[in-house]
Write a protein that binds this ligand. Structure first.
Ligand code: MG
Length: 248
């Protein structure tokens, strides 16, 4: 009899635990969040319906020179634009913090043919908030230091793998960026993070940003919540196309 009571007690406790667990997962978590907004995803990497299109063709009206208020003087040809080495880096007119950025880029075949190597071969860069660089470089059979190759968070994190295509091929970055937050006294409240896919392959997995990277735009205070996105003129004629962004 005593054994039966113990057995029945154990079964009852298990049933209570299972029931409580079921309650937590099947009821409490449900119905307490707003219904996600309906959007239309873009076809083949094109902008979803809730994205801001920064460039698809024709003009650089959404960009400016990093010199105050001057127009972006990079070369536009149809659906692409190209670094003009005689000018400055450019930046978006609009400011962004947390975001998802899609950008396609193409390192020139010319650099590889003329024997430019390492950091001099198809170098540009996508600087979130003008401060934090995702490196753009020809990293297809072009040796350099790992924290400086394509997809690196420059001098902070090498990419997990090298997913580079040959120069002359269009390549894709999908960048998910969390901006760092700062207290009013200038100290950091919470760090920033990068997650990056290169040609659809995860190369940075929620890495913590360690501070502004080299050659960042130092004119604006780092503590601001939103800043323009900068594209780097590193004297190589890298091209870009299909640039869109979603605020997060
Ligand atoms: Mg660069």
């Amino acid at each position: 009899m005593k054994t039966f009571k113990l057995y029945a007690g154990a079964v009852l406790i298990i049933l209570i635990l299972v029931f409580k667990g079921t309650t937590v997962y099947s009821q409490k978590a449900e119905n307490q969040v707003p219904e996600p907004k309906v959007i239309q995803p873009g076809k083949k990497g094109k902008a979803p319906s809730d994205a801001i299109v920064l460039f698809d063709k024709g003009n650089l009206n959404n960009f400016e020179s990093i010199k105050d208020g001057e127009p972006a003087e990079w070369t536009v040809r149809g659906k692409k634009f190209t670094v003009n080495p005689k000018t400055t880096s450019i930046q978006t007119k609009e400011k962004f913090g947390d975001c998802q950025l899609h950008i396609e880029w193409n390192s020139p075949v010319k650099d590889a043919k003329t024997g430019k190597q390492g950091q001099g071969c198809g170098n540009s860069g996508v600087y979130l908030m003008g401060k934090y660089e995702v490196q753009v470089l020809n990293s297809y059979i072009n040796k350099t230091y790992p924290k400086g190759q394509a997809g690196a968070i420059y001098e902070q994190y090498a990419p997990l793998v090298n997913a580079s295509l040959k120069p002359g091929k269009w390549q894709i970055y999908d960048i998910i960026f969390t901006a760092p937050r700062f207290n009013s006294d200038g100290s950091q409240k919470s760090p920033g993070y990068f997650t990056v896919l290169h040609n659809g392959v995860l190369i940075q997995n929620h890495v913590e940003i360690k501070g502004a990277t080299r050659a960042s735009n130092g004119k604006s205070p780092i503590t601001l919540p939103e800043l323009p996105i900068m594209l780097q003129n590193h004297s190589n004629e890298v091209s870009y196309r299909n640039v869109w962004i979603r605020r997060l």
